[in-house]
Write a protein that binds this ligand. Structure first.
Ligand SMILES: Cc1ncc(COP(=O)(O)O)c(C=O)c1O
Length: 395
């Protein structure tokens, strides 16, 4: 028998783990309602044609060999220009990666050693914890406070940071809560990082999908004096998650980030390159027609409103209204673990959601994550089934 590694045993990825239960429900003849995966292309959203044309042209022009390890120059120029327009100064490096997922792993592998720790939001996107586990770096969770609209608890973040803290991850807008952190909170994070001397990893993959209020300033724009690694990409707002094209932007004082930037680039060279033809979509995406963004936000706003109304009408359910992205994270007043609730729900109704424990949550609380990408009639039907299930369950 080929023994798997000890580290592999602890890797959990709840978003996909629920699929085994869903497959069982399907075999039993249930219609499935996939409210679990944050992929707009699984529903009625379409990749902007100009991006597809750019990739097709690149393939026809023979750009099918390895690309530059750091990334195509014209794409990196577009990434830097976009970041500059949005107020990020002191940009020292920019690089392309196979989805932000690859960039996140390289960023953490280049940063921390065993015995170091990284501060990660709870609830938050589970990839961070999985990668930290793989790298044998301690993951310390700082809470997002539900009663304050899921705002990061910066006092707690400061308490958790010690001499071995190498970074704090800020996911803004957040997955799974759909919350947007107030500017003052981001400024406090920057202040803590400056004082304690760690890197801020700003995951802003949903920043162009703000449904309420003004556009969000990137965290890195709040101070050119603090090292920040900002992640973004084509997966969400540019509707091309399967292309696996993301990027990182390292900003801050040159002498503070230079050695780290070199380490990141060493890892980038070691993996040869990200997806070469897709690099050609970055400039047209960032600099071409942006009209799909307005349409996407408008559609998501309507679907969010339908979802929020349905959730808050359910017995024993409350939900901080999501202000961005395509996720709602309702709270359940139930005794059983939310994982058990979700398994029961999928089996009984075919509605696939992800249990709150898969993202981290305050001890004793129960949640589930709903993806509100499906069309309104699908959401209404699926959430009607959830309501009936909860009502039956409670009685
Ligand atoms: C907060 C967050 N970061 C990163 C990712 C991964 O994105 P990518 O497709 O760029 O790897 C996701 C995907 O859901 C996400 O929600």
């Amino acid at each position: 028998m080929i023994e798997p590694s000890a580290r592999s045993r602890e890797i959990r990825y709840a978003v996909r783990d629920v699929l085994a239960v869903a497959a069982e429900a399907k075999r039993a003849g249930r219609k499935l309602y996939p409210l679990n995966i944050g992929d707009p292309l699984a529903f009625d959203f379409k990749t902007p044609p100009a991006m597809i044309e750019a990739v097709e042209r690149a393939m026809r022009d023979g750009r099918n060999g390895y690309g530059d390890s750091i990334g195509l120059a014209e794409a990196l120029d577009a990434v830097r220009a976009d970041a500059g327009r949005r107020g990020i100064r002191a940009i020292r490096r920019a690089f392309l990666c196979s989805g932000t997922s690859e960039g996140i792993e390289i960023a953490l592998a280049s940063l921390a050693n065993r015995g170091d720790n990284v501060l990660v939001p709870s609830p938050g996107y589970p990839l961070y914890e999985a990668v930290l586990h793989k790298l044998e770096i301690e993951c310390r969770h700082y809470p997002l406070v539900e009663e304050r609209g899921w705002s990061p608890d910066v006092e707690r973040m400061a308490e958790l940071a010690d001499a071995r803290t190498r970074a704090a991850v800020v996911i803004n807008p957040n997955n799974p809560t759909g919350s947007v952190a107030p500017r003052e909170t981001l400024a406090s994070v920057v202040g803590i990082a400056a004082k304690k001397g760690f890197l801020v990893i700003a995951d802003e993959i949903y920043d162009k999908l703000v449904l309420d209020g003004p556009a969000q300033p990137p965290l890195a724009s709040l101070s050119p004096d603090v090292p920040v690694l900002t992640f973004n990409g084509l997966s969400k707002a540019y509707l091309a998650p399967g292309w696996r094209m993301g990027w990182g932007i390292l900003s801050g004082p040159e002498k503070e980030v230079q050695a780290y930037g070199d380490a990141v680039e060493k890892f980038l060279r070691a993996r040869l390159s990200s997806n070469h033809p897709m690099m050609y979509a970055v400039k047209p995406a960032l600099e071409g027609d942006q009209s799909h963004l307005g349409r996407t936000v408008e559609t998501l706003r309507r679907r969010r409103d339908v979802t929020q109304a349905a959730l808050t009408a359910m017995p024993g359910v409350s939900c901080v209204p999501p202000a961005a992205a395509f996720y709602a994270f309702p709270r359940l007043a139930i005794r059983e673990e939310d994982e058990e609730f979700v398994r029961g729900l999928i089996r009984a109704t075919g509605v696939i959601v992800v249990h709150g424990a898969g993202f981290g949550q305050a001890a004793g609380t129960r949640h589930f994550r709903v993806v509100f990408l499906p069309p309104e009639e699908v959401l209404k039907e699926a959430l009607g089934l959830v309501r009936d299930y909860i009502a039956r369950h409670a009685s």
